[in-house]
Ligand binder design. Structure first.
Ligand code: CA
Ligand code: CA
Length: 77
């Protein structure tokens, strides 16, 4: 049990360190290094969809309908 807790803590720490990249890889379901709106929405709760749609378009600097990793991580804090 103690070991599991340490493992979870270690994982949380690792995730925090480079969360943007890990998120991006996880969201990019088809691994084409572009995030479509659909991929972007996969982990979003229904009530968050409107906000996330705005967020997606805000990050999509070149307005091509997909997010590169750079666009995705740019404004993330
Ligand atoms: Ca993709
Ligand atoms: Ca784009």
């Amino acid at each position: 049990m103690k070991r599991l807790l340490i493992l979870i803590t270690a994982m949380a720490f690792t995730c925090g360190a480079n969360a943007g990249q890990r998120d991006y890889a996880k969201l990019d379901v088809n691994d084409d290094t572009k995030l479509t709106l659909e991929e972007f929405m996969v982990h979003i709760k229904p009530q968050g969809i409107e906000n996330m749609t705005k967020e997606f378009h805000r990050r999509d600097k070149d307005q091509n309908g997909t997010l590169t990793q750079e666009e995705y991580t740019l404004k993330k804090k």
